[in-house]
Design a binder for this molecule. Structure first.
Ligand SMILES: [Zn+2]
Length: 396
């Protein structure tokens, strides 16, 4: 249900948005099984295995590389636990009253949704910021404060999993690496999106509101929306009440928090109708109190699509080991062709020459299939050195 990426022939992730519905040429990032793109009306668009779903995709939700608090706001609670939380909110939280200890299920403390506060009068327990999210009671500004560290913490955990799997040469390495890459892609998506909020005045004198995200120019998006609405209203005027760059993370929580006011216009969703102008103002204030999203160095890297440090480190290590393989190959070839290998001599032996760091760089460049000139550039040596390395490798 959740798989939103396949891999192409180059093993690059391709998001569901980029393919038409039906059978695809793409493969599962985990098991390389064939994928079908499911893009219906009812469910969120996703890839399904054409044949059997693999173990990795069938993992429990909590183990999947999903963004914390992006589209799951019941925070892993069972239906019953979620109901208990809602009851406590209605009886105590909403009135800002302390919750008596005997009414507090321990799971809600373990999940950090409720916390102890001995200064409270009445009951000793209260809702944490995190605990207010499943009941949609946390402001958008505070939601960001809770979610942002969780996003980074999970990123670090996934990076660590890759590092450990690599060092231990674990059979899970590919799974860990794919988890990290998918997480990166999802993270990138929310950072590259701009949240927008619109007021739409219809000819009947009503105001409705729309939340959404876009990666394009807001004017282009507004023109499109105007077009969508043309078949439902005679005349609409659209006012952009705000845009928030890099705040794609907020869209789904907004919908969750204000689901009570949600309306559908034909097939169009993401529209809201508030009963009074005061309510509409409160919602706008909630949005406007969000601080501008500043990007950390890590977030800039994610936004630019750079691989994570651990992926870069592994790529370097792999290159280095290929390089030492190339030296071995060179030495073996030299041996086969009757050269003296490993024997000290006054002049530089082929293996000494090939073992020099500059020669190693050349070998690595040649192994990448680069031309003499390009290899010289890459290894920062004269083209004659490249010729000499080639000759040493090919001596007969
Ligand atoms: Zn699979």
């Amino acid at each position: 249900m959740w798989l939103r990426y396949g891999i192409d022939q180059d093993k690059t992730l391709v998001p569901i948005e980029d393919v038409p519905r039906g059978k695809t040429q793409l493969r599962c990032p985990y098991c390389e099984g064939e994928l079908t793109a499911k893009k219906g009306r009812r469910n969120e668009h996703h890839f399904a295995h054409t044949h059997e779903t693999c173990r990795q995709v069938n993992r429990s939700d909590r183990l999947l590389p999903t963004l914390p608090l992006y589209d799951n706001f019941n925070i892993w609670l069972t239906g019953k636990e979620f109901q208990q939380l809602k009851d406590l909110w209605n009886r105590y939280g909403i009135k800002d009253k302390g919750i008596p200890v005997k009414e507090v299920p321990s799971i809600l403390i373990r999940e950090k949704l409720l916390e102890r506060n001995t200064y409270r009068y009445g009951g000793e327990y209260q809702f944490t910021k995190l605990g207010k999210i499943p009941v949609g009671a946390l402001s958008l500004m505070l939601f960001n404060q809770v979610q942002e560290p969780m996003l980074l913490e999970k990123l670090q955990q996934l990076e660590k999993n890759v590092q450990v799997a690599y060092l231990e040469d674990s059979p899970n390495f590919n799974e860990c690496l794919r988890d990290l890459q998918i997480y990166h892609a999802e993270f990138r998506k929310i950072l590259s999106n701009t949240l927008y909020y619109l007021q739409i005045d219809t000819s009947g004198g009503n105001s409705i509101y729309k939340i959404g995200v876009t990666r394009r120019d807001i004017e282009a998006r507004v023109a499109e929306i105007k077009n969508d609405l043309a078949s439902h209203f005679e005349n609409v005027s659209i006012k952009v009440l705000g845009t928030w760059p890099h705040r794609g993370n907020i869209e789904k929580y907004f919908k969750y928090r204000y689901s009570f006011f949600h309306i559908s216009i034909g097939n169009l969703t993401e529209y809201y109708n508030f009963f009074t102008p005061e309510e509409a103002k409160t919602v706008l204030r909630d949005l406007r109190r969000m601080q501008l999203k500043g990007l950390s160095k890590i977030e800039v890297d994610i936004l630019e699509g750079n691989p994570s440090w651990i992926e870069q480190l592994i790529a370097e290590q792999e290159k280095a080991s290929r390089r030492s393989d190339a030296i071995k190959t060179g030495m073996e070839r030299a041996k086969n062709w009757g050269q003296h290998v490993g024997r000290p001599s006054v002049s530089e032996s082929p293996e000494e020459f090939l073992a020099k760091p500059s020669s190693q760089k050349v070998i690595a460049a040649l192994n990448e299939g680069l031309s003499l000139r390009k290899a010289a550039e890459k290894a920062d040596v004269a083209i004659n050195t490249v010729r000499k390395v080639k000759a040493s490798l090919n001596k007969n």
